[in-house]
Design a protein around this ligand. Structure first.
Ligand code: ARG
Length: 443
C-alpha cells in the first residue's frame, strides 16, 4: 500500500476556475479514484495560488482606485485581475506600488493581510461553488499562503549546508546546471520554485511515499528543477512525479477565449455543454443533465492520451453513437433497464453451451479489466480505462442489439444474457467511478 498525495487543480485566487484547469481536475480526480480502488492511501491537495505578486497587484489596484476591499464581489475581483496584471507589466509606478504591497504581505502587515483574507475568502467561495458543480472534492485546500512562512528558515538552513549561494543578490542552487537554478530573485522576492520547495517541507511530516503533480506540460522545466533541488537539498526521498498533460483548445484548435479575449471560465463551458444536452433531450431531469454535461467534459478529456493536445468539439463529444461519454452512459442505462424489466430470477452460472459469439466477446473483454487497470495505474494514464469502458459498452451494445433478449424462445439464452448484463453493469459502473463519471439512471 502506497501513501500518495495528489497535487492538482491549482487555481489562483482572484481568477476564476478556467478551461485551463479542466485537465488537471479530471486527471487528478481519476488518478485519485484509481489509486484508491487498488487500496493505496490517497490525499488530494488543491494547492491554491493564494500568495505573492498576483495578489499584491490586485490589492495595489484596489488601493489606487479606492475600491472598498471589505465588500468586494467576485465579479469585481475577476475584472481587476487582468487589469492589474497588465498595469504591472506596462506601468512602472504601478509596478513599484505592487512591489511595496508584496513586501508588506510577506511581513504580514495587518491592513494588507486583511485585504488579502477578503480576496481569498470571496474567491475561494466562487471556486468552491464551481468545483461542486463539476463534482470535485478535495481532502486538503491548502495553498502557497500556508507554506510561505517556512521560506526564511529553509533558505537559512540551505545556506548553512552550502547547498545555495548568493549570486548578485539572488540565491542559486550550488548545482552544476545550465541555466543555474534560481531559488530567490535578486530583489529578494520568492519564486514559484521557492514556494514549491517549502511545500515539500510542509508535507514531509505526513510521510507520503509518492507525490504526484498533475500540472500542464508547459511547466515541465519547473518540475525538473524542483525535483533536482529536492534531491540535492536532501529534502525528501519520496518518489516525485510530474504528471504532465497537453492543452484543450476550442473546436477550431484555437485557445479558449471569451468574446472579449479573456480566459474562458470553466463554469461557462459547463453551462454551454449543459444547454446543448438539454436541447437534444428536453425531458431529462436537471440532475441527469448535470451529470451528462460533466460526463462530456470528463470522458472526452480522459480518453485522450494526457500528453496530447485536443480540440473540444461539443457536437462530436456528445454524439450518442460516437466514442463518447454519452455513448457509454447510454449503454449502461440500457443494461439497467433491461435487468429491471426482466422478471427472471438471477442465476450465478452460465449455460455455457448456449453462449454465442457476441456473449463470448463481451465475457473475454470483461476478463481484461486488470490489464487495463494496471496500465492506467502504472503509467498514471486514465485513458486506458476510458478506452476500455468504450470497448465494453460497444460489445454490450452489439450483444444487446443482436437479439430480443427478454423474448427469446430459449429461456437459458435469456438467462445467459441477463447474467452478462449484470456483469457489464458492475464493471461499467466501476470504470465510470474510476474516471470520475457519475452514472445516470435515465436517458
Ligand atoms: N497555481 C499554479 C498555476 O496556475 C499551479 C499549481 C500546481 N501545483 C504546484 N505545486 N506547483 O500554474
Amino acid at each position: 500500500q502506497k501513501n500518495i498525495i495528489l497535487d492538482y487543480g491549482g487555481p489562483n485566487i482572484g481568477k476564476p476556475l478556467h478551461v485551463g484547469h479542466l485537465r488537471s481536475l479530471n486527471i487528478g480526480r481519476s488518478l485519485y479514484n484509481i489509486n484508491k480502488l487498488v487500496g493505496n492511501k490517497v490525499t488530494s491537495d488543491i494547492h491554491l495560488g493564494d500568495w505573492g505578486m498576483p495578489i499584491a497587484q490586485i490589492i495595489s489596484y484596489m488601493n489606487i482606485h479606492k475600491i472598498d476591499s471589505e465588500n468586494i464581489t467576485i465579479d469585481e475581483l475577476e475584472k481587476i485581475y487582468p487589469l492589474s496584471s497588465s498595469l504591472y507589466n506596462d506601468d512602472d509606478e504601478f509596478k513599484e506600488s505592487a512591489l511595496q504591497i508584496n513586501k508588506k504581505l510577506n511581513k504580514r502587515d495587518k491592513e494588507v493581510i486583511q485585504q488579502w483574507s477578503v480576496i481569498r475568502k470571496v474567491s475561494l467561495k466562487s471556486i468552491s461553488q464551481a468545483l461542486e458543480i463539476l463534482g470535485h472534492k478535495f481532502d486538503l485546500i491548502l495553498g502557497e499562503s500556508d507554506v510561505n512562512y517556512l521560506i526564511p528558515e529553509m533558505l537559512e538552513s540551505l545556506l548553512k549546508k552550502k547547498r545555495i549561494t548568493e549570486d548578485s543578490g539572488a540565491y542559486i542552487a550550488c548545482l552544476n546546471t545550465d541555466p543555474k537554478i534560481l531559488i530567490t530573485k535578486s530583489d529578494g522576492s520568492y519564486l514559484y520554485l521557492t514556494t514549491d520547495l517549502a511545500t515539500v517541507i510542509n508535507r514531509k511530516d505526513k510521510n507520503f511515499d509518492t507525490v504526484l503533480y498533475i500540472v500542464d506540460k508547459r511547466q515541465s522545466f519547473h518540475f525538473k528543477q524542483l525535483f533536482q533541488c529536492i534531491d540535492y537539498f536532501e529534502f525528501d526521498d519520496a518518489v516525485f512525479q510530474h504528471i504532465a498533460f497537453g492543452t484543450v483548445n476550442d473546436y477550431l484548435g484555437n485557445p479558449f477565449k471569451t468574446r472579449e479575449g479573456g480566459t474562458k471560465k470553466l463554469i461557462d463551458l459547463f453551462d454551454e455543454t449543459k444547454e446543448y444536452v438539454k436541447d437534444v433531450n428536453k425531458k431529462l431531469s436537471d440532475s441527469t443533465v448535470n451529470k451528462l454535461a460533466n460526463t462530456i467534459l470528463t470522458f472526452s478529456d480522459l480518453i485522450t492520451n494526457r500528453k496530447t493536445d485536443y480540440k473540444f468539439d461539443l457536437e462530436k463529444f456528445s454524439n450518442i453513437s460516437g466514442k463518447t461519454g454519452i455513448y457509454v452512459q447510454y449503454a449502461l442505462v440500457r443494461a439497467k433497464k433491461l435487468l429491471h424489466k426482466s422478471k427472471l430470477k438471477q442465476t450465478k452460472e452460465f449455460y455455457t453451451t448456449k453462449l454465442d459469439e457476441k456473449d463470448l466477446n463481451l465475457i473475454y473483454s470483461l476478463m481484461k479489466f486488470e490489464i487495463y487497470l494496471g496500465r492506467a495505474l502504472n503509467n498514471s494514464e486514465p485513458h486506458h480505462l476510458a478506452d476500455y469502458l468504450y470497448e465494453l459498452s460497444n460489445l454490450y451494445n452489439s450483444m444487446y442489439q443482436s437479439d430480443n433478449i427478454l423474448e427469446n424462445n430459449d429461456q437459458e439464452i435469456t438467462i445467459n444474457k441477463l447474467l452478462i448484463t449484470s456483469y457489464f453493469i458492475d464493471y461499467s459502473t466501476l470504470l465510470m467511478e474510476s474516471l470520475g463519471i457519475f452514472p445516470v439512471d435515465e436517458m
